[in-house]
Design a protein around this ligand. Structure first.
Ligand code: WT7
Length: 660
């Protein structure tokens, strides 16, 4: 097994997964992909199998070659082909008579609702594209977009795509410094932002963050500002700043021909955090990325043009790029986007939206599912969720208890759940069950998708035995993969390829940075990032594994496990636990936690400390900040906590550990 200290290997322990369930018959009957031989077909026809993905798109010019690997691992897909992403997401649906079909249904923070038909989207995207051109944006100029979850965000992305200008969307909740770093790294001279936005009851000032970022930059920047808050937040426009709505007026009715892009031309850049502090600018292409996003929306999420489909993520991260914007719009479906949080104005916000819009497919993250579980079934129970057909999970491992809760209380045992493993770098889903074909195993994401060669390997790159854990690698390229890092090819090789590849043998292995276990049936249980692996008394433990045992305890809503050095070189397990309402007997929960960990893993994995906290510290994208909890447990200096969604919780946790 893998660990930070690189000491030896040990057997992994059989935990984490629940009993398998077969796909509900009512789902299978109508599913997009139903032929179980798809796995063999993809193997037999590889790499031509990926033409099925490319066939989901409309090409201006057909590609000559599916895959060019001469310069591996700098692979090139669908070479010679030309296409435009905005044309694929909009124009072609107008041409096929679907003008009045709803493209985007937007649910605003204060109950506002907006609906964009494909025709409306066409008009808006063309006007913004014309305005950007007028400001001087040329093909291949990087345009930064710093907008919250308002329709102007996907409109801006598609306007960039239309004129062949790669966008770099920076999550609206990131700081001025983060925005400046990303604009500087991409040498971006154009910014789309807004005056501010609402979160919970408050109006947040986005413009002042953008202003501060621009002050740090050397380049001159032209900015387009969306007036989101009107009189709630008056703002003034300075030099080089333009009002979005005025620009749309100016270019009212303008059209811009979609620029035909080479399949390998950059569609967008997406910054993500690496092992070092420097964010990595992940480069995605027009042909391969869009084909992979569209194909997986079809094959994994079972999206159909007539569906109302909802991925409740933020477009500021890759999930929203692939599964709110590009995948569903390429398929011509109705994509829902919502602004705000699941618990405002009440904890049934999402179910109210799903009910009112008769949502067919719902895709969210385990962190949200654990919150729903904590709040209790009465919230989904208030609404009619019978329109739902399929549920998805992404972003973290989902352990069996929240999985079952989601299956029972949201899916009413009638919807398959796809637990999709992928990354900013993979572009689209790479590991998941196919919902009409494969049994679901709660806690295990599933096998590699057809054509994706996932291998769990040891330190030497050799496959581990089934049931053992190791490093999650991928042995062949796939269309949606990142092509490089904007910061340079060397860093790309260093971060993802050097560790497990053998360049002399021309044998290239992508390393994901995750640890996983692979079972006899080829299902992958993701154990978390490799640096989340602890060494306790010479045994390697995955924090995720212990956490799964803890969340199995009735009354536990959420937990995070970290290692604490006891001063003699050994690591002790510290568990932070937040409980569901009605489970205030901490001693009872504590005992049950110890029992569960002991029986799932072994006495050596028992937490030496269990600390109760009302909430766990989370990043704005909803990931638990384990590194911070580790520092708290070890009594270390804490770094900057301002990037947290709930920084106020840190003091409470520190007090708790001191008093313990
Ligand atoms: C990391 C990638 C790709 C969507 C959002 C996150 C973890 C993602 C799963 C899953 C277990 C998962 C991995 C991965 N992850 N999906 N279904 N089961 N872990 O994108 O920010 O690039 O993070 O998220 O650790 O490496 P990201």
């Amino acid at each position: 097994m893998v660990d930070r200290n690189g000491r030896g290997r040990s057997r992994n322990h059989p935990v984490l997964t629940g009993s398998p369930r077969s796909p509900p018959a009512s789902f299978v009957e109508q599913a997009n992909v139903t032929d179980p031989e798809i796995y063999e077909t993809f193997e037999a026809q590889w790499p031509e199998c990926w033409e099925r993905a490319a066939d989901r798109l409309s090409w201006d010019e057909a590609y000559d070659t599916v895959l060019e690997d001469e310069d591996a691992p700098f692979y090139r897909w669908f070479t010679g082909g030309r296409l435009n992403a905005a044309y694929n997401c909009i124009d072609r649906h107008l041409e096929s008579g679907r003008k009045t079909h709803t493209a985007i249904r937007w649910e605003g923070k204060h109950g506002e609702r907006r609906t964009y038909t494909y025709r409306d989207l066409y008009v808006a995207v063309n006007e913004v594209a014309a305005a950007l051109r007028d400001l001087g944006v040329e093909e291949d100029d990087v345009v930064t977009i710093y907008l919250p979850m308002i329709p102007e965000l996907p409109i801006a992305m598609l306007a960039c795509a239309r004129i062949g200008a790669p966008h770099s969307v920076v999550f609206a909740g990131l700081s001025a410094d983060a925005l400046a770093t990303r604009m500087d790294a991409a040498d971006s001279e154009y910014l789309l932002t807004c005056d501010g936005y609402y979160r919970r009851g408050d109006a947040f000032n986005q413009k002042s963050k953008a202003d501060n970022a621009l002050l740090k930059l050397e380049q001159d920047v032209q900015a387009v500002v969306v007036d989101r808050l009107g009189d709630d937040l008056p703002h003034v426009l300075g030099d080089g700043e333009y009002d979005y709505h005025e620009l749309r007026e100016t270019f009212s009715g303008a059209t811009v021909d979609p620029v035909s892009r080479d399949a390998e031309d950059m569609l967008f850049l997406m910054y993500t955090s690496g092992t070092t502090g420097e964010p990595k600018g992940v480069v995605h292409t027009t042909g391969g990325y869009l084909a992979h996003a569209a194909w997986t929306s079809h094959a994994v999420l079972d999206v159909k043009p007539e569906d109302t489909y909802w991925c409740a993520a933020d477009i500021g991260w890759i999930t929203g790029h692939s599964y709110i914007v590009y995948g569903p719009l390429a398929l011509g479906t109705t994509t829902v986007m919502y602004e705000g949080t699941p618990d405002y104005p009440d904890r049934d916000r999402l179910w109210e939206i799903a009910d009112r819009n008769a949502v067919d497919i719902f895709y969210t993250a385990p962190t949200a599912i654990r919150a729903f579980m904590k709040w209790g079934p009465e919230y989904p129970d208030r609404h009619d969720l019978s329109s739902l057909r399929l549920l998805g999970s992404v972003g973290e491992p989902i352990s069996p208890r929240p999985w079952n809760w989601y299956y029972e209380h949201v899916g009413r045992e009638a919807c398959p759940i796809v637990d999709t493993w992928w990354q900013t770098e993979t572009g689209a889903v790479t590991v998941s069950t196919l919902p009409a074909i494969d049994d679901m195993k709660p806690g295990a994401a599933g096998p590699g998708l057809p054509g994706i060669d996932v291998r769990v390997v040891d330190e030497a790159g050799e496959p581990v035995e089934p049931g053992e854990s190791g490093y999650l690698t991928i042995a062949r390229p796939w269309p949606g993969m990142a092509r490089t890092l904007y910061d340079g090819d060397d860093r790309y090789l260093e971060e993802y390829w050097n560790r497990f590849s053998d360049p002399e043998a021309d044998d290239w292995r992508y390393f994901s940075g995750d640890a996983a276990r692979i079972d006899d049936d080829g299902y992958l249980t993701v154990l978390g990032r490799v640096d989340d692996v602890m060494n306790v008394s010479g045994r390697r433990l995955s924090t995720t594994e212990i956490e799964s045992a803890i969340t199995d305890v009735a009354g536990v809503a959420e937990t995070a496990v970290v290692g604490r050095s006891n001063g003699t070189g050994d690591t002790e397990v510290v568990a932070y636990v937040s409980t569901e309402g009605g489970h205030d007997d901490e001693n009872a929960v504590r005992e049950a936690v110890v029992d569960s960990v002991e029986s799932a893993i072994g006495p050596f994995a028992r937490p030496s400390r269990i600390l109760f906290t009302p909430e766990l510290p989370k990043t704005r994208s909803g990931k638990i900040m384990r590194r911070l909890l580790e520092d708290v447990a070890n009594g270390e200096e804490l770094g900057d906590t301002s990037a947290l969604r709930n920084p106020e919780i840190v003091g409470e946790i520190q007090a708790e550990i001191r008093d313990d």
